[in-house]
Design a protein around this ligand. Sequence first.
Ligand SMILES: Nc1ncnc2c1ncn2[C@@H]1O[C@H](COP(=O)(O)OP(=O)(O)OP(=O)(O)O)[C@@H](O)[C@H]1O
Ligand SMILES: [Mg+2]
Length: 279
Amino acid sequence: MGTEITLKDVWFHYYPQTESRENWAVQNVSLDFQQGEYVSIIGSNGSGKSSLACLLNGLFIPTEGAFCINGQPITTDQDRWELKRRVGMIFQNPDNQIVAPSVVDDIAFGLENLGVSREEMKYRIPLVLEQVGLSGLEKKEPHHLSGGQKQRLAIAGILAMQPDVIIFDESTSMLDPDGRKHILRLMDELHKSGITIIHITHQATEAFLAERLIVIHQGRIMMDQSSKELYANATLLDQWGLDVPIGILLHQALRDKGWKLSEKMESEEQLVSELWTSM
Ligand SMILES: Nc1ncnc2c1ncn2[C@@H]1O[C@H](COP(=O)(O)OP(=O)(O)OP(=O)(O)O)[C@@H](O)[C@H]1O
Ligand SMILES: [Mg+2]
């Protein structure tokens, strides 16, 4: 049946008793994530993205408001334990996620914590290594892997837990262009396999690869639209300190110069195709 995540009127602060409400890290957020969605959450530094991510995987508890999985409120430690298995998180710095001296041990460590049997591990680990493209590196020391490979190892560790949802919190920001491309491709493949992908980033170009885009600013949700809808209005991103994707700026500059391009673009692919036609 999968995992549907619902936040209703959620507020969160690190020190609720000391600060006024306008400084709370997450303010009055209501969101719903259906199984299988590919969503990006974008916002500038300090806008509340990581705080929201930690609420989504149960690491933080809302100061106020409701957090439900498949309509059931998460209240007990048992609920939270189950949530951790269903909702995995990949962080920004791959070095912080490595705990064991070899690739295989690193994945096994997470499974051991879940009480998965040795037999089952022997079945699952090769499958997830294959899925992330790390087969053959089983015995390698994780610290000798490239940044991109370390992130893929972290993803393999989460995949081995058979999650319904994976949250990527700025997981591409420390990688070189190749490592970044590989992770973005993997996100797309995982989405196609039915896993919900929530990609947190401050890079608008990466964010537009998702189907749905949520803009967060000063702890509040400013926009929640399909990428196609937002692409047509992407210059709005500027007001929240976000870069407008280069394709959109190019589209506008060419129209200003008199090129006959559609007034509204839905994607970079559409722009490329119209440029080919008009040339
Ligand atoms: N551990 C903490 N203790 C107190 N305040 C915090 C803590 N972590 C974050 N904050 C504050 O909460 C607000 C939201 O921070 P958060 O880290 O969620 O934003 P972010 O969008 O992830 O930022 P970044 O782009 O830098 O990762 C900020 O005002 C920040 O200063
Ligand atoms: Mg953050």
